[in-house]
Design a protein around this ligand. Sequence first.
Ligand SMILES: Nc1ncnc2c1ncn2[C@@H]1O[C@H](COP(=O)(O)OP(=O)(O)OP(=O)(O)O)[C@@H](O)[C@H]1O
Ligand SMILES: [Mg+2]
Length: 350
Amino acid sequence: MYGKLITFPNPQQISLSIRASALIFADPESQKLLALLDRIAPSNATAYIRGDTGTGKELVARHIHSMSSRRDGPFAAINCGAFSETLVESELFGHERGAFTGAVTSKIGWFESANGGTLFLDEIGDLPLSTQVKLLRVLQEREIVRIGSRKPTPIDVRLIAATNVDLEEAVRAGRFREDLYYRINVVPVQLAPLRERQGDILPLVEHFIAVYKDRLHTAQMKLHPDTLSLLHEYPWPGNIRELENTIHRALLVCDGNVLLPGHLNLPHIKAEAVKLTEESRRFNFENCPLEKIFAQMFDKEHAELHDFVMHKLIVQAYEHSNMNQVQAAKLLGISRNVLRTQLKNFGIID
Ligand SMILES: Nc1ncnc2c1ncn2[C@@H]1O[C@H](COP(=O)(O)OP(=O)(O)OP(=O)(O)O)[C@@H](O)[C@H]1O
Ligand SMILES: [Mg+2]
């Protein structure tokens, strides 16, 4: 269904269901996504897929390929983070015999392997800056030069890139070239976390039960109503892959034909906690000077540190918004009422 498959690094590692499964796009959000995919697939435009881990980025890339006029051509997938800086270029562009120590034979790269088809560059944010320059040139000139060669080879490849990190942040931090970012970000495709597309959960569960039931030769399974509630309440930080693994495991441990909440063996994680971790990743708090400042503040005991920090935060946001409460509340991600209470507590408004 997907044309010729070339997968990397190890085809066996890729979940079988990627190739075998029907796609589930049941939630209204997912249906909108599917409509977008159908619209962009026939074009040759570079697609840039963003989504947290396990949200289906590779599956969506394969779907775009299978719906395009290149469907009979190859689909090559390469994880840019899987290679050392020195190897990644020869993987992408190939090399001639003797191009470097150890290059005993010539080898074609992934661009050439994908000729006439689609090249999926996964974790593109992991490419070293020097390779980013070369990639940009390849995309502009539509030809590659193998390492150790001078002869350019024309290539006809549709590129699909994916990341689960914030590339904009990487551009700001100087880790990703801005010009390459704009080259790639022609058609952005954003995949929502599973907990934000609740309508997909049950169809996915049924789908995975069917897939694994056949594979494990287990009986037809029913879901206990409490299991169903739990599946909808759990925040799924690992998204669809976590759901798939959970169902697989549950079918292995379930000895009857009703799946009970205990069979899912889900850890106790609150949705709030997952959201906070994701936000902090999005804001890249790790590199944020705030943490250093806090650490300095903790060096000595301050009786009123909490109020001091809150006061600074609220007042600065309020001033930054020219005393506009709606604006300040938005900046802080709180409601106007909460902001007003704080402003009153600090004696800033009556
Ligand atoms: N819409 C879908 N319908 C059915 N199965 C899906 C769907 N989306 C994802 N899956 C399944 O979920 C698993 C994870 O998908 P995939 O590998 O595409 O995610 P990913 O975003 O590339 O993950 P990672 O960031 O970890 O690389 C796969 O087994 C895939 O078959
Ligand atoms: Mg992936």
